[in-house]
Design a protein around this ligand. Structure first.
Ligand code: SAH
Ligand code: SF4
Length: 374
């Protein structure tokens, strides 16, 4: 028997694509706006919930689209700051998304910010030596719909906590970071499409300035991103301030060495008019020397960038260790003394960047755990 082709996720449709599909199937194109409002403002999770649509249209939606491309398998809270959502895609690939609720530095006392961290690929082909995401290689890109579906699960959980957001058709969380499993710029079209849907007024309506994309440094794609209408923020995983150190831990640096990469990042911040963040995970004896600090200062100044120093999180099976606290403190002080805007992250679980960077490992462990319990 021939297998039916899988239905595309409804969450991958833009206003334009959905209007065209409706028209092509004999339905009124103007219904697209109504359908998307049901999905993103009223958080409908099935066609049958869209009660003011004609019945044949609801039937067509049901037959045409997948409304549940990412099945929520597990939801786990740890240390009351991170909430991990484990999802299973239609091909059984497991993907994790994290909600982080943490007080932000510089905020008024007690103000908690919620950040949602999403994945863009299953595995990662970039193989940074310190990262768990690349350890098992690369399996596939996530589709735009699968990326958006992760966010919608997070939105629904937030709605349960405080239904006032749903009542107003708004989103409660403060930031969306594309820092989970995978290299977003290696899945460029799907990621841009997903972020467009999440940002659009006909979509989720999340402000572009609340979205940050983190990349290991795919220079030509950073240049492409600079030309997009989408005005999102960029974080560069630098992790090494010279080609020698960077190439040792990030193979992508051999393809796009610092000189070329920094030209692209500079072009991005110029085009968008906002500061880029340089992420720098501190690995003992690798990138935490005074010489690296000096080179990092040069780069940060040239780019007018903010530096985010993150303690390395040990990955099982890898030899790297985090720099001792005193060295991290001194490294940060050297940067600050030179006038570089610097944040020194703590080592707690509410370290957003580290929590995201660890997704792959956690996912793999979760896979074993869920297989056992299913
Ligand atoms: N591929 C993209 C986004 C995903 S990784 C990128 O590389 O930027 C998100 C962040 O987590 C990156 O800065 C990455 O370097 C960091 N990261 C990876 N492994 C980590 C670990 N073990 N400890 C702390 N941060 C880690
Ligand atoms: Fe991929 Fe980013 Fe991990 Fe490098 S740090 S292997 S690019 S997910």
């Amino acid at each position: 028997m021939e297998m039916a082709a899988p239905k595309p996720p409804i969450y991958g449709e833009t206003l334009e694509s959905l209007s065209a599909l409706l028209k092509g199937s004999g339905h009124a194109a103007f219904r697209a706006k109504q359908i998307l409002a049901w999905l993103y403002r009223r958080r409908a999770s099935a066609a049958e919930e869209m009660t003011d649509l004609p019945k044949p249209l609801r039937q067509w939606l049901d037959e045409t689209f997948d409304f549940e491309p990412a099945l929520l398998l597990l939801e786990k809270k740890s240390e009351d700051v991170t909430q991990k959502l484990l999802m299973q895609m239609r091909d059984e690939a497991l993907v994790e998304c994290v909600l982080i609720r943490a007080p932000q530095e510089g905020e008024a006392l007690g103000k908690v910010r919620t950040t949602v961290c999403i994945s863009t690929q299953v595995g990662c082909a970039h193989g940074c030596r310190f990262c768990a995401s690349g350890m098992d290689g690369f399996r596939r890109n996530l589709s735009a719909g699968e990326i958006v579906a992760q966010v919608m699960h997070a939105v629904r959980l937030e709605d349960e906590k405080d239904p006032a957001w749903l009542a107003r058709g708004l989103v409660s969380f403060d930031n969306l970071v594309v820092m989970g499993m995978g290299e977003p710029l290696a899945n460029y079209d799907n990621v841009i499409r997903a972020l467009t849907i999440l940002n659009a007024s006909w979509g989720l309506g999340l402000g572009a300035r609340r979205i940050t994309l983190s990349t290991s440094g795919v220079a030509p794609k950073i240049l492409e991103l600079a030309k997009e209408e989408l005005n999102i923020r960029l974080a560069l995983s630098l992790h090494g301030a010279t080609d020698e150190v960077r190439s040792q831990i990030m193979p992508v640096n051999r393809r796009y060495p610092l000189k070329e990469l920094l030209v692209a990042v500079r072009a991005f911040s110029k085009a968008k008019g906002h500061m880029v963040t340089l992420e720098y995970i501190m690995i003992d004896g690798v990138n935490d020397t005074p010489e690296q600090a000096r080179e990092l200062i040069k780069i940060a100044k040239e780019l007018h960038a903010h530096v985010n120093l993150i303690p390395y999180n040990t990955v099982q099976g890898l030899e790297w260790r985090r720099s001792p606290a005193e060295r991290r403190r001194r490294f940060a002080q050297t940067l600050k003394d030179a006038g570089v805007s610097t944040t020194l992250r703590k080592e707690k679980g509410h370290d957003i960047d580290a929590a995201c960077g660890q997704l792959r490992l956690k996912t793999e462990r979760a896979r074993v755990a869920t297989k056992k319990s299913l």
